[in-house]
Design a protein around this ligand. Sequence first.
Ligand code: ADP
Ligand code: MG
Length: 397
Amino acid sequence: MTDLKNFFKQHFGSWPVHRVQAPGRLELLGNHTDYNRGLVLSLAVDRNLEMASAPRKDGKIELVSSAFPEKERFACDRIEKNDSAAWAGYVKGVLLQLRQRRVNFTGFNAAIRSTVPLGAGMSSSAALEVATALTIRRLFPFTLSPGGIATPPKRNSRGELPPLSKPEKLALAGVCRNAESEFVGVNCGLLDQISCLFGKASHLIEIDCQHLTVEHLPLPPGVGVIVCDSGVKHELADGAYNALRRECESAARALGAASLRAVDAARLQANKTRLTEREYQCAYHVIGENHRVVCAGRALWDGDLAQLGEYLFESHASSRDFFKNSCPELDLLVDLARAQPGCLGARLSGGGFGGATINLVRESEAERFSQEIATKYEEQTGRKLSPSRCRLVDGAG
Ligand code: ADP
Ligand code: MG
């Protein structure tokens, strides 16, 4: 916090009034299922985006981030795209979504610092969106009702805002998701934003994107989560993500279903001839992922870690062979992981086409795993690898 406060002071000449934080997330299972109204198992991790803020009186909004050299400044009644500070689009998108829901805000300053790596599959974008929504709530208190209309929250006797209720968190997740799809242009599902808001220490988050329910499942002790960033950068906004989404949606239409959530493996096989080869491959992956999330939940309750891990390997193979959102570096990381003692499971996590793998490793072997996989990956690709341990943490606040 001191660093953040100083960073704010350095840019704005005064101390911030509020501070919020939002964690990064990893997807354990359920790849590209969210926008198909499917199931996901995710976790909020101990990488944090922090935003410090203070109101200002001239109707201007000024943003600064330690991750980018360029500041962004605009009037709160002129919120527009600016290619020379594209990163601020995630903030602006949230502001516009909130305004559409009749949240009133005037000028403010905000400074951002973050340990969520950018574009590495940990969803730094959702962390930024969620931190923005929470900052506005602190500066200009509002409550989102289920209909999306802003009403003033009731403060307690000490003047504090009430904690966010579950429905409000879901409404905020929707605001943030819409910001990313409508303003930034990545037509994402709700996984990232829900995970960021609903994280719980030592627990996995099970999300049903059709019924919008969130449950927490304890991660058994003795298992470490290790993330390996392949160093290959993905660029989700370049259209690859949206293209996959279109394949899934046209597959559902061809099957006469509202979404792939409504389709099981038998129905897919029986109607294979109605789909293009690519639609079939995409549907096969998504339907398999939904199934694996259900089965993984059972394995978790049963404490069957070997089976849980096996679902991760299966998921990766499905990404590689059917959905085709892997890449040679991610495939290599998973193959290297599988060969390590104590590795329960490994797969790509997130959108794909680069980014990171998530690995479940027995705690006793975690250190050796990290050293071995780093050495071997570097030998074979010439790329540096810094495997890093993630703790499961509480959500944004
Ligand atoms: P990720 O998988 O990390 O979410 P995205 O491409 O979806 O990758 O989002 C990354 C983008 O989010 C960055 O290019 C930047 O525009 C924005 N962003 C993330 N973290 C920050 C930050 N700390 N400061 C400013 N912008 C950020
Ligand atoms: Mg993102």
